[in-house]
Ligand binder design. Structure first.
Ligand code: 3HC
Length: 648
């Protein structure tokens, strides 16, 4: 079990005090870690036997930054105020003894800011360093907006902050963010005056002259506005950087002064507080945890089972989807058998895998040699002869129920009895797919989104018979191929998800027509449909879907099922799915989070207004809020409280 968040302290025989940040698994900077860090640093400065101080992280990582849980539990930016910056200046940057950060694993956000507060950084091979705060809707708050430009230059610093992308140890060394020597020796060298002691907050040798620096910031502002016109926090980050350029690092750390302040510009402390107060920050923190929570499935990941390794996976069908899945698997080091029905189709499938890899090489994402090695992992096949070696098979053929049933019966005969049999169907009930097999417990849906080697979501569809082990193995495979998994229950018609996704689009419509039908109710849909047929008979296609939903008493959320069932385990799963498969803007936190942020009363009021507006045309009922929405609004209840799991 992980210990309490803290920082440990020891002084070695050479007089080097080693302070180790300790908060497994990533040494997140919980307030207790920061308190311990500063108190140990003060003790080291006061101890005459200490010549130099090394700050490091327990275990594999230096630190992944400020503890993001604090943003959820404490209001106003997790309780961050100027006192931490004062402590970094006093305890790490400018105390009587030199300080060196020994970085391995990750130094991100506040972690890198602590490292930059030290007088030098020694970085282990494979380490990654970055300021990804903007991904959480805030800006660096421990001096990053001031120190990073002074260490790596303004352009690179702005790029690192605005893209949130970390850099590797080798690049950090080239840029001057890291020093190459061993930490302890470097600290002693500084103490002995053999190496310079750098104060990154006040140095200016990497900064461009004022006019040029301001032009760089202006250019970055225009770029950021173009890329993300909805977002305020990138501009706040640039404000903080600009304050440091015009007023100096120490002023830029907290409050702008001078002309920039008169024009409304703010320093880092003020900008951090402004960003932390925005809904964008709340939404992005929600998505951070929601994405991680989808990997935890009650009754599966807490059942004491261990995932089995998926070393060989067969993919049936080399079309766009199948070749994308094969690419994703091979990229993760899995051996793949790609099966097709004839040589021509197989050549086409292998060609697509090759093209997917070539495109990565062209974009600089991998070297040609690595692409060749990846391609070599994919073996073509026209029969099931080698399927005995498979740990899993993913079927990705056309949406034809009898064909899929035949294939699954063949797979049952060709594969080991413990092999997982998965289907990538997006429309068909998984129970139907496996209806002609006996081994229902090892059948699962593995629903990729096209292009499968790029899209980050994997829907894992479990039926009532799918075993926990199979769900766990598929979750682990998702992790291995770098997909965010969302485990859902089985139901017909995943296609409606797709249609909804297209209609909901970038943001214009908060939900697609099928989701709207379920919210409003199929009975109302039927009534409105009749009105439409009467008024616009020449333009209306009469579908049998809504009447049949009514016949089956699937009236939508009011009866617990409509086009959709309540098929996810937690509301956050829907948020993640809407962000990763529909392109719902992450800075709005996902569909349900956004609806709760807006609030049921506002949604009800808007729908009522639309309902009144369109009543004269006979379409008012289409917008009328359903009872669930109305009751949530009346009771001040969150909508997410009603998106409850139906346990399989
Ligand atoms: N605070 C709290 N928990 C954190 C955390 C953080 N900064 N970073 C990671 N974690 C937790 C995750 O929630 C997860 O918890 P779980 O096991 O209970 O689900 C666990 O650590 C492992 O994380 P991942 O599952 O993401 O593991 P990976 O190995 O895939 O990735 C990582 C590790 C690259 C460190 C990734 O977690 C990450 O990018 N973390 C966020 C880094 C970040 O955004 N830092 C900035 C924080 S804000 C800040 O510092 C403000 C400052 O400027 C004032």
């Amino acid at each position: 079990m992980a210990g309490a968040p803290t920082a440990t302290y020891r002084v070695d025989p050479d007089g080097v005090a080693v302070i180790s940040l300790s908060n497994a698994p990533v040494n997140a900077l919980h307030p207790d870690v920061l308190r311990a860090l500063f108190s140990h640093a003060a003790a080291a400065h006061a101890d005459p036997s200490v010549r130099a101080i090394v700050v490091t992280g327990a275990g594999a990582n230096f630190s992944a930054g400020f503890d993001i849980n604090q943003f959820v539990s404490a209001s106003g930016g997790g309780g961050i105020d100027g006192s931490i910056n004062d402590a970094i200046c006093a305890a790490l940057e400018s105390g009587p003894k030199p300080t060196v950060a020994a970085v391995s694993g990750v130094a991100l956000g506040g972690g890198l800011e602590v490292a930059m507060g030290c007088n030098a950084r020694v970085v282990a091979e494979g380490a990654r360093m970055g300021l990804p705060e903007l991904q959480l809707g805030i800006i660096p708050g421990f001096g990053g907006t001031q120190r990073l430009p002074r260490l790596v230059g303004l352009q690179k610093a702005i790029e690192m902050m605005l893209t949130s992308a970390p850099i590797k140890a080798e690049a950090a060394k080239k840029l001057g963010l890291a020093d190459a020597l061993a930490a302890k020796q470097h600290a002693l060298d500084i103490a002995a005056g053999k190496a310079p002691r750098n104060f990154s907050l006040t140095r200016g040798d990497k900064l461009e002259p004022l006019g040029e620096a301001l032009a760089v910031v202006e250019f970055a502002r225009a770029q950021a506005a173009k890329r993300a016109r909805h977002l305020k926090h990138p501009q706040l980050c640039l404000d903080a950087i600009q304050a440091g350029i015009t007023d100096g690092g120490a002023a830029g750390l907290k409050k702008a002064r001078g002309l920039f302040a008169l024009l409304g510009g703010m320093g880092e402390g003020e900008c951090f507080a402004a960003a932390a107060a925005l809904d964008t920050h709340k939404a992005l923190v929600h998505i951070f945890f929601a994405q991680r929570s989808t990997k935890k499935v009650r009754g599966v990941t807490d059942a004491g089972l261990k995932p089995r390794p998926m070393r060989v996976v067969a993919v049936l069908g080399g079309g766009l989807m199948g070749s994308g899945i094969a690419t994703a698997l091979a990229l993760a080091g899995v051996d793949v058998i790609l099966k097709e029905v004839n040589q021509q189709f197989l050549d086409g499938g292998m060609g697509r895998v090759k093209a997917n890899l070539a495109s990565r090489v062209k974009k600089g994402k991998m070297a040609q040699a690595a692409a060749d090695a990846t391609l070599a992992r994919v073996k073509g096949s026209l029969d099931y002869a080698s399927f005995g070696s498979c740990d899993m098979v993913i079927e990705a053929v056309i949406e034809d129920i009898p064909l899929k049933q035949r294939i699954f019966a063949d797979l049952e005969a060709a594969c080991r009895p413990d092999a997982i049999l998965a289907t990538n169907t997006s429309t068909i009930d998984i129970d139907l797919v496996g209806a002609k097999t006996r081994a229902q417990d090892r059948i699962v849906g593995a629903h990729f989104f096209s292009p499968a080697h790029i899209m980050p979501l994997l829907e894992i569809v479990r039926t009532k018979s799918t075993s926990k082990q199979v769900v766990l193995d598929t979750l682990a495979l998702a992790g291995a191929i770098k997909k965010t998994p969302v485990v859902v229950g089985n139901c017909t018609g995943f296609a409606v998800n797709r249609v909804d996704a297209v209609i909901a689009g970038e943001f214009g419509m908060p939900m697609g027509p099928f989701r709207l039908n379920d919210l409003v109710g199929s009975d109302i849909g039927l009534h409105v449909g009749r009105n439409f047929v009467e008024s616009f008979s020449e333009r209306v296609y009469v579908s049998h879907l809504i009447p049949s939903l009514n016949d089956a008493k699937r009236l939508g959320e009011k009866t617990g099922a409509g086009f959709y069932k309540g098929i996810v385990e937690k509301p956050a799963d829907l948020d993640v799915a809407s962000v990763m498969a529909m392109g719902f803007p992450p800075f709005r936190g996902g569909l349900i989070f956004w609806a709760d942020l807006v609030g049921a009363p506002r949604i009800v009021a808007a729908l009522d207004a639309l309902s009144d507006k369109f009543a004269p045309a006979g379409a008012g009922g289409f917008f009328k809020p359903c009872d669930y929405l109305r009751s949530a609004a009346a009771a001040g209840r969150k909508l997410s409280a009603g998106v409850v799991a139906s346990r399989m």
